[in-house]
Structures are given as structure tokens and as C-alpha cells.
Design a protein around this ligand. Structure first.
Ligand SMILES: NC(=O)c1ccc[n+]([C@@H]2O[C@H](COP(=O)([O-])OP(=O)(O)OC[C@H]3O[C@@H](n4cnc5c(N)ncnc54)[C@H](O)[C@@H]3O)[C@@H](O)[C@H]2O)c1
Length: 351
């Protein structure tokens, strides 16, 4: 059997942890090449050194995952074309605003039998409606794409604390199982479900609920209020998903990618953190400013996803069905104060 060669496209916080997980498996399994290439969007560090050089010298991503050894078989590569050359399994894990540019650069350079998995959360809004990141990748590059989402705060998995994740696939169960094999470790438990849209929408939409949870924290409203926001948020996630794709299964919301990811993101994630600061400042400091100050180069997803969902739903006349999501966006753009999250007036939605 031909050995599979894996490249991770992206090297932020989650990208680096994904490379570590995968590398710990490829080195043990004879059906994979030991080496895992990790494409690095090159940066010059304050010391004057290139990030990729430092990763290869120290085996650590000192900027996005300091203090964690990635595995001696992880090789950082700042040249995208070179990094994907010869690989037949690609793991896409960058902030979603960069995926279009990456796909543009890779068009024509990837063979049709290459398999991709996306760990990216987000969507694109087109005239025809929403286009999930996995669809963007599949259509652009003409290849099959699965997704992996879950209750996965990257820093905790880096420290090998027990977590679960969900792989979503369309038709090819064998390929989904191959991805399960590549990612599963004793502390990272992965299952596959045949509901790619459901898995990806869960991972994407929960970031908007996390922004709402952050507002509640910033307003010092306490646990009951936060739980209420999470419950309503989950229900609106189900409403939106069913409106966008009738194939989405309710059971998917009870996988790691659903309720578990929602809980962890509303308790600990970066969207919650920045939204809390936004509310504490009464909406007077912008998300861009707070992101730069609090995340040190990491990217926020919830604010842009709130805008994208708002655009899709308003184009279709569905906004009134999801008042929490609508309110989050209107707070983010300054049309409402953060305290509006507490009095948007929940409407009864039909599931
Ligand atoms: N960090 C987590 O805990 C976590 C967990 C699950 C999923 N995710 C998802 O994983 C995806 C990647 O997030 P992350 O945490 O690895 O990244 P990150 O936010 O930690 O880092 C940002 C990355 O973007 C790169 N970058 C900056 N400008 C760029 C450009 N112009 N083109 C390409 N790349 C550029 C940076 O070099 C860096 O690698 C996101 O969709 C995120 O929602 C993150």
C-alpha cells in the first residue's frame, strides 16, 4: 500500500496543535510517511529571525504555541507550493479570511486524488447564499473535502488534556475513517458522522453565540444569564442550519462539534474573551483594536461570522427567526449597545 504523505496548511494556534497530533501518529503508523510538513505564513519575529527558521531550530511555534514541542518529524515550510508538493492528505487550518487566497495559489497544483480536511470555521456569503469553507475548497480545487470540528481549545489539547472531536463527511466513509485514524490519540477522541454541513455549521455558528456569552460576562450578569444565552443560541444554531441545509441532522448537535463545542467556546474561547472586553468598555473600543491588543496575532472569527450570517438571513427574509444572532451583529457594528443582548425579546421560532 502506498504511504500517505500529510501537509498541514496553516501554523497558528490550532494549526500547530493539529501538526503535533498528526505527527505523533504518522511516526507510529507504517501507512504514513513520518514527516509532516507545516506551511507557515512567514513572519519576522522581534528578534529579526524568520518564524519558520525558529520553528525548525527549536521544534516550537514560539509565536502561536510557545512552550510546546511539535515533534521532531514536523518540518516548517514557508513556501506553500513546496509544502504541498507530493502530499496526498492536506489539512487546511487557517483563519477563514485567508482561505480564498490560499486556494487561488494552489489551483492547478493539486491532483484530483488528493484528500483534504478543513479545520476552519467560517463561511462565505455569495449571491446564491452561504458557501461553507469545505465547499469553497472542494469547488476551487476540484477535490473531496471533509471537516473536523469539536470542543477543541487548542492550548488544552497541546497539553494533552482529554478532548473529543467530530469529523463530518459527505459520502466516502473509508476516507473519513482514514482521517479518524490520523487524528485520534489517547487524549484526542475522534468520531465521524455523515453530515458535513451540520458539523461545519455547528463549528462556525457557535462562535457567534460565544460573542453573546462574552457580552454577558462583560456585563457581569452571572451564570444563569449565560446559560440562557447558550440555550437560545443553540436553538438558533439549529434553526439557521435547518433553514440553510435541510439535510442537517438534529443528532449532530449532540456530538462534540455541537453542544460540547458551544459550551467550551462560551466558557473559554477567544471570541468570548474579546467580546467581554468590548462590553466592559461599553462598546467604545472597536473589535479590531481589542483583537490586536488581546490576541497577539490570533484572529477572531465570531464577529465576521455574525456579519456573514446576518447577510445571508436578511437576503432570505429570515432575520426575525433568530433574534439573538441578529442582535449580536447589531451590537458588533455599534447600532445597539452591548446591554441590548439582555433585552432583544426572544421570539418563538419553529424548528
Ligand atoms: N485556536 C483554537 O483553539 C481553535 C480551535 C478550533 C478551531 N480553530 C479554527 O482554526 C482556524 C485557524 O486558527 P488558528 O488558531 O490556527 O490560527 P491563529 O488565529 O492562532 O493564527 C493566525 C494565523 O493566520 C496566519 N496569517 C496571518 N496573515 C495571513 C495571511 N495573509 N495569509 C495566510 N495566513 C495568515 C498567521 O501566520 C497565523 O498562523 C480558524 O478557523 C479557527 O476558528 C481554532
Amino acid at each position: 500500500m502506498k504511504k500517505s504523505k500529510v501537509t498541514v496548511v496553516g501554523s497558528g494556534n490550532w494549526g500547530s496543535v493539529a501538526a503535533k497530533l498528526i505527527a505523533s501518529n504518522t511516526i507510529k503508523m507504517s501507512s504514513f510517511h513520518d514527516e509532516v510538513r507545516m506551511w507557515v505564513f512567514e513572519e519576522t519575529l522581534p528578534t529579526g529571525e524568520k518564524l519558520s527558521d525558529v520553528i525548525n531550530r527549536t521544534n516550537e511555534n514560539v509565536k502561536y504555541l510557545p512552550g510546546i514541542k511539535l515533534g521532531s518529524n514536523v518540518v516548517a515550510d514557508p513556501d506553500l507550493d513546496h509544502a504541498v508538493k507530493g502530499a496526498n492528505m492536506l489539512v487546511f487550518v487557517t483563519p477563514h479570511q485567508f482561505i480564498q487566497g490560499i486556494c487561488n495559489e494552489l489551483v492547478g497544483k493539486i491532483k484530483g486524488d488528493v484528500e483534504v480536511i478543513s479545520l476552519i470555521k467560517g463561511m462565505e456569503v455569495t449571491m446564491e447564499g452561504p458557501r461553507m469553507v469545505s465547499t469553497q475548497i472542494s469547488q476551487h480545487l476540484g477535490i473531496n473535502c471533509c471537516v473536523l470540528m469539536g470542543a477543541n481549545i487548542a492550548n488544552e489539547i497541546a497539553m494533552e488534556k482529554l478532548s473529543e472531536a467530530t469529523i463530518g463527511y459527505k459520502e466516502n466513509k473509508d476516507m473519513a475513517n482514514r482521517w479518524v485514524q490520523l487524528f485520534t490519540t489517547p487524549y484526542f477522541l475522534v468520531t465521524a458522522v455523515q453530515d458535513i454541513e451540520g458539523v461545519e455549521l455547528c463549528g462556525t455558528l457557535k462562535n457567534v453565540v460565544a460573542v453573546a456569552a462574552g457580552f454577558v460576562d462583560g456585563l457581569e450578569m452571572g451564570t444563569n444569564t449565560k446559560a440562557a444565552i447558550m440555550r437560545i443560541g443553540l436553538r438558533e444554531m439549529m434553526t439557521i442550519s435547518n433553514l440553510m441545509f435541510s439535510s442537517v441532522r438534529d443528532s449532530t448537535f449532540f456530538e462534540s462539534c455541537g453542544v460540547a463545542d458551544l459550551i467550551t467556546t462560551c466558557l473559554g474561547g477567544r471570541n468570548r474573551k474579546v467580546a467581554e472586553a468590548f462590553a466592559r468598555n461599553g462598546g467604545q473600543r472597536s473589535f479590531d483594536e481589542l483583537e490586536a491588543e488581546l490576541l497577539q496575532g490570533q484572529k477572531l472569527q465570531g464577529v465576521s461570522t455574525a456579519r456573514e450570517v446576518y447577510e445571508v438571513l436578511s437576503n432570505r427574509g429570515w432575520l426575525e427567526l433568530v433574534p439573538l444572532f441578529k442582535t449580536v451583529h447589531e451590537i458588533c457594528i455599534g447600532h445597539l449597545p452591548p446591554s441590548a443582548i439582555l433585552r432583544y425579546g426572544e421570539k418563538k421560532t419553529k424548528l
